[in-house]
Ligand binder design. Structure first.
Ligand SMILES: [Fe+2]
Ligand SMILES: [Fe+2]
Length: 325
């Protein structure tokens, strides 16, 4: 991981404490905007309780079996990854509360965000269990393993990197939920994940607007932070059991891959903030912007190679399926 070099210009470099104070007013404005934009929704309304029944064990009901699951095999993988990611909320709360504090507008945001994220895990788990979409024993064991590891942010050493990371990560999560819904084969699942994706979008807007303010008050350091985050980006669920294997399926299936990461996550945020058009930077900011530009070009080329491999693989799969039919 690259650690941002400390900028030493005529003015003293911004420390995390100074930045947190300087951004408090922006946080308050964005918090109020968020509270107006966010519409209350009820997770229980998205769960088809009538499709649920007792499991084996204490209640002596029916054990789970694969044929009970009505979502696609790809959605089974992705729903578990998304839920386990949401499940690690206590660790995320710890990370952002330690970084942003629990007082004032920052604190109100941290708690509100945590409450909204909590709803996501509740809703997805209730849906999965009521519809018997995934193996509940495997799910619980994976949750225990994942949460027992905790989550440690790659960016805990830098307030600006923390803000930059969550701006991209919230959008990444939005896209992952949205595309999982599209590939689920169940209209209700699609509706639920659209609702969750909408929350993630509002979270992204909050952090993106904060990052915009940071780029204005500390352009060189903020540019360095954006470059470091983009160059080293990892999904928040990277530590869960079997993540690499699941991520590969999710990529091939078109839920989240390099092309989507480049086109639907990195570029929209960078373009909105006009990151590549910022001028008048000092040497640190200029170097970071150049590095970012070169990285994005490389990533785009890599994504094109991925697109070609994906198309070839899907064509082979289709041909094999046709031969079997
Ligand atoms: Fe979430
Ligand atoms: Fe979120």
């Amino acid at each position: 991981m690259t650690i941002a070099p400390v900028q030493r210009t005529a003015t003293t470099a911004w420390t995390d404490v100074r930045l947190i104070l300087a951004l408090e007013e922006v946080v308050e404005t964005e918090l109020n905007r968020h509270l107006k934009a966010a519409k209350e929704w009820m997770p229980h309304e998205y769960v088809p309780w009538s499709r649920g029944r007792d499991f084996d064990g204490v209640l002596g009901g029916e054990a789970w079996s694969l044929d009970q699951s009505k979502v696609t095999p790809l959605a089974r993988i992705s729903l578990v990854v998304n839920l386990l990611t949401e499940d690690n909320l206590p660790s995320y709360h710890h990370e952002i509360a330690s970084m942003f504090g629990r007082e004032g507008a920052w604190g109100t945001w941290v708690h509100r965000w945590t409450a909204e994220e909590g709803r996501h895990g509740i809703a997805i788990r209730d849906y999965l269990l009521a519809t018997r979409a995934v193996d509940p024993v495997e799910l619980e064991r994976a949750r225990m393993a994942h949460m027992s590891e905790g989550f440690e942010s790659d960016n805990a050493h830098s307030m600006l990197q923390s803000v930059a990371y969550v701006a991209f990560q919230e959008l990444a999560t939005r896209i992952a939920h949205r595309n999982t819904g599209h590939h689920s084969g169940d209209e209700l699942c699609d509706q639920l994940l659209a609702k969750i994706a909408n929350d993630e979008n509002l979270h992204m807007v909050f952090y993106r607007n904060l990052l915009k303010a940071a780029l204005e008050i500390a352009p060189d350091q903020a540019m360095r932070a954006v470059a470091d985050v983009v160059l080293n980006f990892r999904m928040p669920g990277h530590g869960m059991p079997g993540f690499e294997r699941s991520a590969a399926q999710i990529a091939i299936g078109g839920i989240y891959n390099l092309r989507i990461h480049h086109d639907d996550v990195l570029q929209p945020v960078l373009r909105h903030l006009k990151v590549m058009e910022i001028t008048g930077l000092g040497p640190v900011g200029q170097h970071a912007q150049d590095e970012l530009g070169a990285f994005l070009d490389g990533l785009n080329a890599q994504a094109t190679r991925f697109d070609e491999r994906q198309a070839a693989l899907l064509a082979r799969r289709a041909a094999a399926a046709a031969a079997r039919a």
